[in-house]
Design a protein around this ligand. Structure first.
Ligand code: G1P
Length: 274
């Protein structure tokens, strides 16, 4: 039902300089796998096979990662290392990847609008921010949201309770809890000060968006930080009762910050040793 996933991946990753001077932040590995691959695998678990990436200058490594490397594969064929490429090979065989570049950094809303040319206007689509690394409890977070989309057929954002001391880092929602963990959103604010925040429910980097969002984004003026914010565009849909907030089942690591990155590394290391 949801066939395409958009990956905004044009950001500079300044919090990880100098590591991200040449290396795209989405290519930073948690153990042996780059963040972007975790994201693509989560999208695949949700039944999605069409991956659309909004990249920028210096992000060529992303395209090369989701392509064959004949020389390397030839070198390790028949050796004990061959199995290490099985996972990524399966992704390349099963999915299609397309790319477009965001020329100027004008915010997440602008990045999503840049992806319109890859996504089209026919159907709802997923958006996944790879630096929010999510591990679903029984199924992946995007798979949980696709199930919800079948019921509500409107835009959906993943939400999580965060400490008020951190609330200014997120888009924040207010809404009515219509079922346990499911909110009909009636307001959303991008990065409010703690005393302006309508709740402690923060948006995390998983969205399902209906395609009318593109027209709304075109009309959305720059907001917080002078950037075009997806949160502001979604508020237009929320005013019409067309956005659901979903407290996902699972765990999120903010791999855009060193502490979240280390926590994810430890978590997946312990999982791999079980
Ligand atoms: C973006 C969104 C914000 C959301 C966050 C989740 O912010 O603008 O609403 O809460 O992702 O990670 P960023 O972290 O890119 O500043």
């Amino acid at each position: 039902m949801i066939h395409k996933c958009l990956f905004p991946a044009a950001g500079y990753g300044t919090r990880f300089l100098p590591a991200t001077k040449v290396l795209p932040k989405e290519m930073l590995p948690i153990l042996d796998k780059p963040l972007i691959q975790y994201g693509v695998e989560e999208a695949m678990e949700a039944g999605i096979r069409t991956m659309a990436m909004v990249t920028g200058r210096g992000k060529r490594a992303l395209e090369d990662h989701f392509d064959v490397n004949y020389e390397l594969e030839h070198q390790i064929r028949g050796s004990s290392k061959e199995g290490l490429l099985t996972g990524i090979r399966r992704i390349i065989d099963e999915c299609t990847f397309s790319y477009t570049r965001q020329i100027e950094m004008k915010g997440l809303g602008h990045a999503i609008l840049t992806g319109e040319t890859l996504i089209g206007r026919e159907e709802a689509f997923a958006v996944l921010l790879a630096d929010d690394l999510c591990e679903g409890r029984d199924t992946g977070v995007l798979a949980q949201m696709v199930e919800l989309y079948k019921r509500f057929e409107c835009s959906i954002v993943a939400i999580e309770e965060v400490p008020m001391a951190d609330i200014h880092k997120y888009g924040v929602i207010a809404g009515e809890e219509i079922e346990p963990g499911i909110f009909r959103i009636n307001n959303m604010i991008e990065k409010p000060a703690a005393d302006q925040a309508p709740s402690n429910l923060a948006i995390i980097g998983r969205y399902i968006l209906t395609p009318d969002i593109f027209d709304i984004l075109r009309e959305t003026p720059p907001g917080t930080s002078g950037e075009i914010q997806i949160t502001d565009a979604l508020r237009v849909q929320a005013d019409q009762g067309r956005v659901i907030g979903y407290k996902f089942q699972g765990q999120r690591f903010d791999c855009g910050s060193p502490s979240g990155f280390v926590a994810a590394t430890n978590h997946f290391y312990h999982l791999s040793r079980r």
